[in-house]
Design a protein around this ligand. Structure first.
Ligand code: PBG
Length: 327
């Protein structure tokens, strides 16, 4: 004896062919950006202990590696330099040197590898000894406008070196406008801006700070510029400002803990929305897998799919290589 009910959603789910026809969200390698760490010191890749399968790559080897990733369908890379400690100082002046690793590498990569897009992370933390994303004034606070001035100039160096997009990850006020003006003024009208618009002051950046060695003995408190994880409306405000200031792509970061923000940004704007599945999101899945508690690949794919379903058009992820083999 059956119930007489009209709505049986299982009718479709229970039929494998129909079930596959009602799929609403699909991942594509076209959506993925692989963050890549570079080193200037070693002649072999340096593993990052808190990020399994992720390395700092010497420039000489990264070219081959990018060719290999390209055959998997990955075409866009976000470049993060590991700056030698001897080149770091209070002001992060290395960011203004045209021969800095981040610029040199792109010139070399672009000279050899065709049909890729490269994103420059624009921030001072790889270059400062204190690990902050800006320069400090006498009272120890990050000086907004001085920092923005440096980033606006560094954006031009990045464009000149061959980056297709610059990605300010610093969360200073007004930087999108100043960077856009600076790029336009220098004739780099084709260089776009991926803005880390809603970047939260998150505990999930830990492994990344190992990767670029921006950790100091003291905890680096970025809550004076990054968003409080408790604040949704403030995130909306930051997204609105970057939209007005001329960003080409708006980013939410981290990704999975902030799916509400991604979903809202997708509804509110016509710009593409990016989400950054950060180092800690990557490492926590790996850690549970290494404990034998979770399955690595299915959890990674579920996480990426959830980020896409929430509304991300573009996903920055350290799982890009593994995911591209599973898509
Ligand atoms: C800093 C920057 C960070 C990340 C990207 N750019 C860390 C931070 O704000 O301290 C984090 C990326 C990750 O955790 O994977 N400019």
């Amino acid at each position: 004896m059956n119930f007489e009910i009209n709505n049986r959603p299982r009718r479709l789910r229970d039929h494998p062919i129909l079930n596959s026809m009602i799929v609403e969200t699909a991942l594509s390698t076209d959506d993925l950006v692989l963050p890549v760490f570079l080193t200037e010191e070693e002649d072999s890749p340096v593993p990052i202990p808190s990020m399994p399968e992720i390395f700092r790559w010497p420039v000489s080897i990264i070219i081959e590696k990018i060719e290999e990733w390209k055959t998997l369908g990955i075409k866009c890379f976000a470049i993060f330099p590991h700056v030698a400690p001897s080149k770091k100082n209070e002001m992060g002046t290395e960011i203004m040197s045209p021969s800095a690793l981040a610029y040199r590498a792109v010139r070399e990569i672009k000279a050899t590898v065709k049909d890729i897009a490269l994103i420059a992370d624009l921030a001072l933390d790889p270059y400062t000894i204190h690990g902050h994303d800006g320069i400090l004034s006498n009272d120890g606070r990050v000086d907004n406008d001085k920092t923005v001035e440096i980033l606006a100039k560094a954006a031009v160096l990045a464009a000149e070196a061959g980056y297709d997009l610059v990605a300010p990850s610093d969360m200073m006020d007004g930087r999108i406008l100043k960077i856009r003006q600076s790029l336009e003024g220098a004739g780099h009208v084709r260089t776009g801006i991926v803005s880390y618009s809603a970047k939260f002051s998150s505990s999930y950046y830990g492994p990344f700070r190992d990767a670029i060695d921006s950790k100091t003995d003291m905890f680096v408190d970025k809550s004076g510029y990054q968003l409080n994880p408790a604040n949704f409306r403030e995130a909306q405000r930051e997204l609105a400002l970057d939209h007005l200031e001329g960003a080409d792509i708006l980013m939410v970061k981290p990704a999975e803990p902030y799916l509400d923000v991604i979903r809202d940004a997708k509804r509110a704007y016509k710009l593409p929305i990016a989400a950054y599945q950060v180092s800690g999101e990557y490492s926590r899945i790996w850690a549970a897998h290494l404990q034998g508690w979770l399955d690595l690949e299915s959890c990674a794919m579920e996480s990426l799919l959830s980020i896409k379903r929430a509304g991300a058009d573009i996903i920055f992820t350290y799982f890009a290589e593994r995911a591209s083999k599973l898509i």
